[in-house]
Write a protein that binds this ligand. Structure first.
Ligand SMILES: C[S@@+](CC[C@H](N)C(=O)[O-])C[C@H]1O[C@@H](n2cnc3c(N)ncnc32)[C@H](O)[C@@H]1O
Length: 253
């Protein structure tokens, strides 16, 4: 529950905490059909390499050993499909996302790839997961956490549904820390991305929010502290591509 008057960031705007989720849902409802194409266009395909690094860290077993992945804010299923491809016959993935339009695109993609028996798409809020305690071997969230209004609550939920010995992995945009690249990245983010967004999805505002929300997101050390506060151990993070993204890791021990 949010307290009366509590506010949060929606990109560079301050909005009532209780209003943020609806605004985020509008963004992803609007871009769902073109979401995957836009990821490739905006990142020049780099999001594939970042997701591959995430999947390497997930490290699903290659044999028939059961392995249950929960991919939070999993959208159109990209991470779940990659984990299934990397894992053995015992690997299963649940994609949980709050947005029905993103999930519908994901279900169609799963059928097209023959993954519909091993990946399930379920609507749910990362702040109140519809799963019992200790039900997953690994929980991932890629480019999702910054969109969730109550990040601390979502981290506690991720921790709750992980089994003891399970790993939480979060891929998220971060703070560029390479001199020179910073200015270039800024220029690209605020000028090129919203323009591509308008051309491809017809929704410039959605992509303006996405780049602003990247800027507003916690620095890696700050996010690591939030993970520890939620109960994770052996918390670490690995910046990639000069800090454009960061892979955060924590264990439930
Ligand atoms: C940038 S997309 C990432 C999708 C996917 N993980 C990927 O990397 O391609 C962010 C996703 O977060 C989802 N999302 C936002 N708020 C959420 C919440 N409270 N609970 C679950 N999913 C949420 C959105 O619906 C959207 O699908």
């Amino acid at each position: 529950m949010s307290k009366v008057g509590e506010e949060t960031d929606f990109g560079f705007e301050r909005v009532p905490l209780a209003d943020k989720q609806a605004r985020v849902d509008d963004v992803f409802g609007s871009v769902a059909q073109r979401y995957d194409l836009m990821n490739d266009l905006m990142s020049g395909g780099l999001h594939r390499a970042w997701k591959d690094a995430l999947v390497t860290a997930v490290n699903p077993p290659l044999n028939i050993k059961p392995f249950a992945l929960l991919d939070l804010a999993g959208g159109t299923g990209d991470v779940a499909f990659r984990v299934i491809e990397a894992g053995g016959a015992g690997t299963r993935a649940t994609v949980c996302d709050i947005n029905p339009d993103m999930l519908e695109v994901g279900r169609e993609r799963a059928i097209a790839r023959g993954f519909d028996q091993v990946v399930s798409f379920e609507q749910g809020n990362a702040e109140a997961l519809p799963y019992p305690d200790r039900s997953f071997d690994c929980v991932t969230i890629a480019f999702g956490i910054r969109n969730v209004p109550r990040i601390e609550t979502a981290l506690e939920e991720a921790h709750r549904v992980l089994r003891i010995g399970g790993r939480f992995l979060c891929l998220e945009f971060s703070s560029v820390d390479v001199p020179g690249l910073e200015a270039l990245y800024e220029l690209y983010s605020f000028n090129v991305i919203p323009a591509i967004g308008r051309a491809v999805t017809g929704d410039r505002e959605a992509y303006q929010y996405l780049v602003e929300s990247i800027r507003q997101f916690a620095r890696p050390e700050e996010f690591a502290a939030m993970m520890r506060a939620a109960g994770f151990h052996r918390v670490s993070f690995t910046p990639m591509t000069g800090g454009v993204v960061c892979l955060h890791s924590g264990w439930k021990l």
